[in-house]
Ligand binder design. Sequence first.
Ligand SMILES: [Zn+2]
Ligand SMILES: [Zn+2]
Length: 255
Amino acid sequence: MFDDGFDGFFNRLVRDRLNKEKAKAPYLARYAEVYRLQERVFLGAHGVMNTSDDPLNQIPEPSFRELVNSIANACSVSQYIDVKPMRIRQLLSEGSCHGPDEALADSCIMLALVPYFHAFRKEVIDAPDSGDACPVCGQKPYLATIDEGGARHLHCWLCGHSWAFPRLTCPNCGNNKQDRLGYFYPPGDRSSRVQVCHECNTYIKTFVFSDAGETFLPLKDLLTIGLDLAAEREGFQKCSQAARTLYFAVFNTTE
Ligand SMILES: [Zn+2]
Ligand SMILES: [Zn+2]
């Protein structure tokens, strides 16, 4: 199904689609460049990462720093970005919790981690197909999809893994009381929705796919950022606090 045979996230279909879309908005042009940089690193790291050690210990510092700087350039982020391992670990466990300047830098770091973790995930042979956190890397899910058979899958922003999860349950707190869960839809599009939980006040963006549409997950996520903003306006927090900062640099409008 995936053209290059490498990955559902990094493949020629997504690249072609991004190249076609990038003239439509500056943020799409920035993301197309970020994606190109990520994909190059993914192809280099593919087959190199091993599962016997923490992926963070295996990321070569000079190449990582270079990728962070290239992403920062592509997004016109001009500040110095500290890539010390302690900061990266804190980012992954707590998300970005500082001001907009830090969020810009954190976003570049997170986008640079993505290809290494994708390469790591490709080496993982059996991960449990359940749970409320990614069975490969431990991150909270950032998106959900419903496949053509009606089954729900959660997706990891960091390593790209997806796993099955009950449809009518909050992936953040496990609440499955139907009167404490809700949905809202963008006008005129029933294929995208936000599931909210009134127990823990988090939300997860959800896409309904009728075919191999998951190929376009990263693009679909970007194009529906309005749903994230609407959920936040209603007082809900993204299920993955880390992923909240993921595209901050891509949407950077300070240039
Ligand atoms: Zn993961
Ligand atoms: Zn909940």
